[in-house]
Design a protein around this ligand. Structure first.
Ligand code: NAP
Length: 322
């Protein structure tokens, strides 16, 4: 089958190890199902894999891709794939299973004609969502949903800062925060991107590091080193930073004094549960909100999409159609 995979690891030139080519059809273990992928979206995770973060050379070749929408071949239903694969017998919050992995970490990923997943890991795709829209949900949008509505204590009427406005997770945070009745501030690196943040629903958008008109109740952080100091400075006493990514690096100065003196909370967040994915889909249906898709490319043009992502040259999600 056609697939987009990592053949080798290169920390400095991630695209060097990328191949679009033939891979064997996957075997379907007992209790698993094969999904004919219609659309899958790119995530920064795919670049991390090509750089060798979270994967070892002996696991290669590894098909990339953490999320997909397609047809479950055992039921004929249109489905969205939940990408958090737990150890057999795990019950409860899937993201807290110490043995859990995302597609493309231990198991082959979704940027291919077919992906196999445990039968438990599919949820129905409503007809009103296109395959391309549905393919944006189970990584970036699910992560944003859990950050905003599960990990943070935000209530409608409160304020939130979204750092790095135009990324996949960040655009989802802006759109959902606005729809949920929060006052939304966003930062982005260029004036063009700040304008996009306003179109997506931010009330006000600023250059990275700029002083905000008020301190906020919570910050949604995925950028890491480049924005951390600003995130800590932007919070009210008792405020929360919810962090799910560190694109620009994981070790900024922690500013511990400010954290304890102002009783700030730092909350890690990763992906979301299957139940939260179902609720996210319900939120989109109820609100009419849809993922902002930067571009849709054929699977064969995966390198173009990943090059744009590596250069920060995108607003929202890049979707590959199979
Ligand atoms: N924990 C989880 O479950 C989980 C799930 C999804 C993603 N993540 C992580 O979250 C991060 C974002 O993922 P994504 O898929 O949304 O990536 P993406 O679409 O490539 O977005 C990257 C973001 O980084 C910002 N950025 C990059 N360099 C920057 C700099 N020097 N200064 C300020 N902002 C900068 C960009 O903001 P502007 O260009 O708008 O300024 C953009 O918002 C990644 O590190 C990813 O691994 C984690």
């Amino acid at each position: 089958m056609r697939a987009v995979y990592a053949e080798s690891i290169n920390p400095d030139d991630p695209l060097a190890g990328l191949v679009v080519g033939e891979r064997p059809e996957p075997e379907v273990p007992d209790g698993w199902t094969r999904v004919a992928v219609k659309a899958a979206s790119l995530n920064h995770h795919d670049l991390w894999t090509l750089r060798g973060v979270g994967i070892k050379a002996e696991q290669l070749p590894m098909i990339l891709g953490c999320d997909a929408a397609g047809i479950d071949e055992s039921t004929g239903q249109e489905v969205v794939v939940h990408s958090v694969i737990t150890t057999p017998g795990w019950t409860g919050d899937e993201t807290l299973d110490p043995g859990r992995s995302l597609l493309s970490e231990k198991h082959q990923g979704s940027l291919a004609e077919h992906v196999v997943v445990p039968k438990h890991n599919v949820v129905p795709k409503p007809a009103e969502l296109s395959f391309a829209e549905a393919a944006c949900l189970s990584t970036a949008w699910l992560t944003a949903y859990r950050m905003l509505f599960v990990q943070s204590k935000l209530r409608p009427g409160q304020s939130v800062l979204v750092q790095g406005a135009t990324g996949g997770v960040a655009t989802a945070c802006i759109s959902m925060a606005r729809a949920a009745g929060l006052r939304v501030y966003a930062t982005a690196r260029s004036e063009d991107k700040q304008a996009k943040a306003l179109e997506l629903g931010a009330h006000e958008a600023f250059a990275s590091g700029a002083r905000l008109p008020e301190r906020v109740d919570a910050v949604m952080e995925t950028v890491g080193e480049a924005t951390w100091a600003h995130s800590v400075r932007s919070l009210k006493p008792g405020g929360q930073i919810v962090i799910s990514g560190a694109t620009t690096g994981p070790n900024p100065p922690a500013d511990l004094t400010r954290i304890f003196f102002l009783q700030l909370q730092v909350l890690g967040s990763t992906m979301g549960t299957k139940a939260e994915l179902v609720d996210l889909i319900g939120f989109l249906r109820a609100s009419g909100l849809r993922p902002h898709i930067d571009r849709v490319l054929p699977l064969e043009q995966a390198a173009d999409g990943l090059t744009a992502m590596a250069g920060g040259d995108l607003v929202g999600k890049i979707v590959l159609e199979v």
